[in-house]
Design a protein around this ligand. Structure first.
Ligand code: GLY
Length: 603
């Protein structure tokens, strides 16, 4: 079968919507114009905010375009088959014109249409709709339209805000329930499972129709908008991939030439899983960096805002290059491929190519010097330790913080010297640091980011409850092996050599929710490591790192009955009453013998 190009998908999309009376609008800069609360354009709707709120658009009520976007919230996931920090979004909009029925019909026709459209088989599609909450009712209307078009009821999942709500792009503005379209990418054929939206391995999200009928206010309220809008976003990389039956976005003509260029610089086989992961990270991050540097706004690597994200992307790419044995300066060679591949569609890359290459090379040279100094320090510290000893968390953190050493690099260096690393201690220090810098950011934006901080604090407390519930219901030996919290969800890794049963998951959820409804309180006490150990606290630090630690206890303040006690950097909520409803989204394997749970708190 002949490969379908991404250019075909992009053009076909625009042509389809033009034939449905949409005007094509120009793609915007990667740096949003009038919204200081977001660093990058994360969707095609950013420049349209005033029009979604009621202003008249000069090109009419039906619009479409393709838009370069950056999203960094899933940066840790990049390296798998589908996650990207830079991607192109295809979008169509109704600015107070058509609504749900037409939007869904357009989407369905474009996805499945044989003449004008992509001709994807209906049986490989599944969709999700909003389940409803205090802000907005269940979206039976959208589900009804999908059913009428031929999507069977068992392939329509209803999910809460964490999945089926989009916006606002910044902190306030237009938003609403959405309906997302997924393509089956699982191995089992014929497909048995239909749980789109919660099973990322088998279902790849390709398109999202947002029904923008609310405005989120400064106070966090959802007000009905005067006009009802539609905002959609289709991922070009993912759609091109599934259309060709590829099992990752990196096989598409949008990423493969860049991946191949990076692969030509290492002697290792790109098929080896760790090598492939590093090559994907290099490909994605340097493509993103090239677009940021090539944008008309002229961003350079720095320690603040967009410049900081840019620096992180470049440095992470360099670290991964080092992991796979690329020692020479290489970023320009990869960026040259990006410019060559995309200058036809994004002429700014060609116009600014000089600047892109100079900035990259300068940053690469600068980072390598820092790396040299860091390696020097690491060697000095490591030489004081005996084989088999543990490198204290403080040193691992210093290397990370002052020299930009990621954990995996310090681990690699330690392994060479047959030393262990205090990973848990490092993660606690990191969490503490992130919370401190988040507090700084909050002050800067005055309340702007406090929502974010509140929800991460709540999820952090929920992580402790989850840990304890797993220990009580599944296995007393469970402990926190890793944790990652965003404003939307928690992620918790723990050792166990089997999958949890559905019944266990339900019991764990129920126990956490029971403790929340009992309104237990969280108390903090600073004490010595030995005393904390004696008090039965979980997560004991390396005694060398610090003599006194913070111990958080979740307990019934009347009976003093303790539910959980952990050593941790904080912060936590004061009362579990503030948490809302705890729900496990996923339980999966993360590495050999390690399980991973993703969970949310619903208000
Ligand atoms: N703005 C719609 C989306 O990003 O999915």
């Amino acid at each position: 079968m002949k490969e379908v190009s991404s250019d075909f998908v992009r053009e076909e999309f625009i042509e389809f919507f033009k034939s449905k009376k949409h005007s094509q609008i120009q793609p915007a800069s990667l740096i949003p114009e009038n919204d200081p609360t977001v660093l990058f354009t994360t969707a095609g709707m950013h420049p349209l905010v005033p029009f979604l709120l009621g202003e008249k658009h000069p090109q009419g009520k039906r619009l479409c375009n393709f838009q370069k976007c950056i999203r960094t919230q899933d940066i840790e996931e990049v390296g798998d088959a589908w996650h990207l920090t830079f991607f192109e979004m295809l979008g169509n909009w109704s600015i107070g014109d058509y609504f749900k029925k037409e939007a869904i019909e357009f989407s369905f026709k474009f996805l499945t249409g044989k003449k004008k459209g992509l001709g994807l088989p209906v049986e490989m599609l599944a969709v999700t709709c909003f389940i409803g909450d205090k802000d907005c009712p269940k979206d039976n209307e959208a589900a009804k339209v999908w059913k009428k078009l031929g999507i069977p009821a068992h392939k329509i999942a209803f999910l809460p805000k964490a999945q089926n709500w989009w916006g606002p792009a910044g902190l306030t503005g237009p938003c609403g329930p959405d309906s997302e379209m997924f393509y089956y990418v699982g191995k089992e054929k014929p497909l048995k499972k239909s749980n789109p939206g919660t099973d990322e391995k088998d279902w790849c999200e390709i398109w999202n129709d947002v029904f923008m009928q609310y405005n989120k206010t400064n106070e966090g309220k959802f007000e009905e908008l005067r006009q009802k809008n539609v905002d959609t976003g289709m991922g070009l990389e993912r759609t091109t991939a599934v259309l060709n039956g590829f099992s990752s976005a990196f096989e598409t003509d949008l990423l493969k030439p860049i991946f191949d260029q990076a692969a030509s610089l290492t002697k290792l086989q790109p098929e080896i899983p760790e090598v492939q992961k590093s090559l994907r990270i290099i490909t994605d991050h340097l493509r993103a960096a090239t677009f940021i540097l090539g944008d008309e706004k002229g961003i350079s690597p720095s320690n603040v805002d967009q410049g900081y994200v840019l620096r992180r992307l470049i440095r992470r790419a360099i670290r991964h290059a080092r992991l796979i044995g690329i020692e020479e300066n290489f970023t320009v060679r990869v960026a040259q491929k990006v410019v060559e591949r995309f200058k036809g569609i994004y002429p700014e890359l060609d116009k600014n190519h000089q600047r892109i290459f100079e900035e990259l090379d300068r940053e690469e040279t600068r980072f390598k010097q820092t790396l040299e100094k860091g390696i020097h320090l690491a060697e000095k510290e490591f030489s004081a330790l005996q084989k088999g000893e543990t490198v204290p968390a403080k040193i691992v953190f210093d290397l990370y913080q002052s020299f930009g050493f990621p954990l995996e690099m310090t681990e690699e260096l330690a392994r060479e010297k047959r030393l262990e690393i205090d990973v848990k201690g490092f993660e606690s220090l990191l969490l503490e640091h992130q919370e401190l810098s988040r507090k700084g950011a909050e002050q800067k934006f005055k309340g702007g980011l406090s929502d974010h901080s509140e929800s991460t604090t709540a999820l952090h407390t929920a992580t402790h409850l989850l840990n304890e519930a797993l220990r009580r219901i599944v296995d007393q030996n469970i402990f926190q092996k890793g944790s990652n919290i965003t404003a939307e969800r928690l992620r918790f890794d723990f050792p166990l050599d089997r999958k949890l049963t559905a019944e266990e998951i339900k019991k764990v959820e129920d126990l956490v929710n029971q403790k929340i409804s009992e309104g237990l309180t969280v108390e903090i006490e600073v004490m010595g490591v030995e005393k904390a150990k004696a008090a039965g606290a979980q997560g004991v630090f390396d005694a060398k790192y610090s003599d006194s630690v913070k111990v958080y206890t979740v307990l019934n303040s009347e009976t003093q009955e303790v539910f959980s006690r952990e050593i941790c950097g904080g912060p936590h909520v004061k009362s579990l009453k503030e948490l809302g409803k705890f729900r496990i989204l996923k339980e999966e394997s993360s590495a050999a013998g390690i399980r991973r749970i993703k969970a949310v708190l619903e208000k």
